[in-house]
Write a protein that binds this ligand. Sequence first.
Ligand SMILES: Nc1ccn([C@@H]2O[C@H](COP(=O)(O)OP(=O)(O)OP(=O)(O)O)[C@@H](O)[C@H]2O)c(=O)n1
Ligand SMILES: C[C@](O)(CO)[C@H](O)COP(=O)(O)O
Length: 231
Amino acid sequence: MPNFFALIPAAGSGSRMGDELPKQYLSLAGKPMIYHALRILCSSSRITCVFVVLAPGDEEWLRHDWSDFSGKLEVLECGGATRAESVLNGLKAARGVSSIGDDDWVLVHDAARPCLAEMQLDKLLDELADDEVGGLLAVPVADTLKRGDASRRVEYTESRENLWQAQTPQMFRYKLLVEALSMMGGVTMTDDAGAIEALGLHPKLVLSDARNLKVTYPQDLALAELILRNP
Ligand SMILES: Nc1ccn([C@@H]2O[C@H](COP(=O)(O)OP(=O)(O)OP(=O)(O)O)[C@@H](O)[C@H]2O)c(=O)n1
Ligand SMILES: C[C@](O)(CO)[C@H](O)COP(=O)(O)O
């Protein structure tokens, strides 16, 4: 039986957040933001080990107490210039510090998605455990979509039929994900599923909801805090 592992890329700088401190360390509901993603993944009895990928030379990590996760957490200081590079470097390094095998599942989850619920995590694991390809949490697009031009005038309205917003975790077999990310070369994919799609495969969309938001801009922090304090 394949095992489940999780990997949190946490080597970003949070440029859109505009804070000197990388956003994964910003205080949220009394903890550094990444604590919340770690808590939900480390507390799942179905997940064997959680890898966190830090930027080389990250000095902030050691300023916080991670003892709640000892025994389940492996820290890898091998982040890259892009999210995809951080994930690939982390997957390769994970081989050296764990028993992860080719057919084991890897759940890649953003440090910047602190509101993932246990129910959503379990749904992902249940729906994909026997899947050929793997997949991701996602939500159907709810708003009307406008295609704009360079001067911010509407060119036309896009159909939202069958359009989904990708979230994380995104869950694929170790070997397939390493192969897919290795083949991307210079092409930048903003998520893991994109690399799998480039192989001609079709990841499954597992219905999630808007509470699993990504904290990208300063105004997202208050909403994330509200969700965390009212689960
Ligand atoms: N070189 C990078 C870039 C991003 N990430 C991680 O990928 C996740 C999603 O990325 P995003 O929200 O875009 O974070 P940042 O890249 O930090 O933000 P920004 O794009 O605003 O700079 C985050 O957990 C982030 O730390 C990473 O590990 N390595
Ligand atoms: C992986 C992701 O969270 C899916 O929505 C997202 O693509 C990562 O964020 P980025 O801002 O595109 O790096």
